[in-house]
Design a protein around this ligand. Structure first.
Ligand code: ADP
Length: 471
């Protein structure tokens, strides 16, 4: 691992996740240890207290049965039996003076506490004290109990054995904890690496894309987890971007090509007129051709702008009441002479009245494009028919069918793209924007357009548009 990677490690998600994992693990282990430790010490203390209480009750019984002498004797025997370093006894008068005791050579540090005796005399049954002997680092539990009205017992027991158990417990805990925290950090690091490895793959793909390779894709595992979903979505996004970039490239190629031809023509005419033109008539001819070419250019640019604005929703269609049937009949009347000139029959089958909300001008433009194409791409002797029917889903279905040259199956999916022209129609005038605009208008009105065709037999363009219900 390089030094840069090591230095940047604390900023990584995997590192922070590991830290969190190890931290939470340590904290919960400490809480568990603390609870366990408290439980053990309280159990140990309770056991010691029970033993001291039982000693006190035995003293009471012996005092009642055999008097002071019996109690003194019992103190000696008990202390010896348990071990003089483990327990001690003092029998005291209420003023705190000891009148009998076990061997106290080991317990000289433990004094009689006046406050404890006062509390007993005030009526408390037992008074408990825990004394820590600093020099021996030992804890002693001491009980003061009133055996008879004027006799007090002070009994103490060393908690050294229990302390030793707790010490061992502490040592085991610390060692285990160190090992477990190391293990937790290792497991945490492994888990975090597993989790972020997918994200890293996405990052690597993004880096390679920024470096210029748009073909790179993130490998997707069949597990279907969140990372795989991210990778899939990322790949889909890349597919879409790749298609868009290809389209933009093709479109800019087409625009450049379509702009180049008229401009070259204008320049050529101007050059010829300048070099050879002598008369005013020749100059007038050149100017009128230039105006014509400029009109064509302007028309193309305006159509491109209109498609973009309509598709982007900038040019929202007006919502005026349109008599679709009347509009179709009007368009057929308008194109009738053109069809006749081409030697075609134009048929208009609109029996009912269909009303819709929309932009009259836009719908007219869409219909004109379709009729214009149908007439343009149908050889003389053919037929063009326009039909409007209702499909039962409150939609008007407008079809423009011709018996023309048709469209190849490979071209069909692309004819609605901007500037797309099929090879066999390149001899005809046109710039390849009519169908793109027709589709943009249909969609802006909540409808759509589709094409079906059999090459050399003819084509049908079907536009569905929401109606306001037939009448
Ligand atoms: P153009 O200005 O070339 O007519 P369009 O966008 O209107 O542009 O149409 C795109 C292409 O679709 C045309 O160039 C032509 O190849 C094909 N096309 C459109 N309508 C028809 C039709 N009725 N018959 C055959 N081909 C058609």
């Amino acid at each position: 691992m390089s030094l840069r990677r090591i230095l940047s490690l604390p900023r990584t998600l995997a590192f922070r996740l590991t830290l969190w994992y190890a931290g939470i693990f340590t904290l919960s282990s400490c809480v568990a240890f603390f609870l366990f430790y408290t439980l053990i010490t309280s159990v140990v203390r309770e056991r010691t207290d029970q033993e001291l209480l039982s000693e006190a009750s035995q003293f009471s019984t012996i005092l009642a049965a055999r008097g002071l002498e019996g109690a003194e004797e019992f103190a000696m025997i008990e202390a010896q039996a348990a071990g003089v370093r483990k327990v001690f006894f003092r029998l005291l008068y209420p003023n705190g003076q000891a009148f009998a005791s076990s061997n106290l050579s080991y317990w000289e540090d433990i004094r009689v506490e006046k406050t404890a005796i006062d509390r007993l005399l005030r009526g408390e049954r037992n008074v408990w004290k825990t004394v820590f002997l600093r020099n021996r680092k030992e804890e002693v539990r001491v009980l003061y109990a009133l055996l008879a009205p004027r006799i007090i017992l002070q009994v103490g027991q060393s908690m050294e054995n229990y302390s030793r158990i707790i010490d061992v417990f502490q040592r085991i805990f610390v060692t285990t904890m160190v090992l477990l925290i190391g293990l937790a950090a290792g497991v945490g690091w492994f888990m975090a690496r597993q989790a972020v490895s997918g994200v890293e793959a996405v990052t690597r793909a993004a880096q390679s894309i920024s470096a210029g390779s748009l073909e790179t894709r993130v490998p997707v595992n069949p597990r279907g987890d969140e990372i795989d979903l991210l990778a899939m979505t990322f790949n889909q996004m890349l597919d879409r971007i790749q298609v868009l970039i290809k389209e933009i490239k093709e479109m800019s190629d087409n625009i450049a090509h379509d702009l180049k031809s008229p401009i070259t023509r204008i320049r050529g005419m101007a050059e010829v007129t300048l070099t050879t033109g002598k008369s005013l008539g020749e100059y007038e001819n050149m100017v009128s051709s230039t105006v014509e070419e400029c009109d064509r250019l302007l028309d193309m640019i305006n159509t491109m702008l209109m498609i973009s604005k309509t598709e982007a929703g900038v040019d929202q269609p007006a919502r005026e009441e349109i008599d679709l049937s009347g509009l179709v009949r009007g368009a057929c009347d308008l194109f009738e002479p053109m069809a006749e000139d081409q030697g075609l029959t134009l048929e208009c089958n609109v029996s009912e009245r269909y009303q819709m909300l929309g932009d009259n001008r836009m719908v007219q433009r869409m219909l004109s494009n379709l009729l214009d194409n149908a007439i343009k791409y149908t050889p003389p002797g053919g037929k063009v028919s326009v039909t409007v029917i209702e499909n039962g889903r409150r939609e008007a279905v407008l079809s423009v069918t011709d018996t023309g040259i048709g469209i190849a199956q490979d071209d069909l999916p692309r004819i609605f793209e901007r500037f797309y022209r099929c090879d066999q129609s390149r001899s005809k005038p046109g710039i390849g924007l009519g169908l793109s605009l027709a589709r943009a208008i249909a969609r802006a009105h909540g409808g759509d357009i589709a094409a079906a065709s059999i090459p050399s037999h003819g084509s049908t363009f079907t536009v569905t548009l929401p109606t306001r219900g037939g009448s």
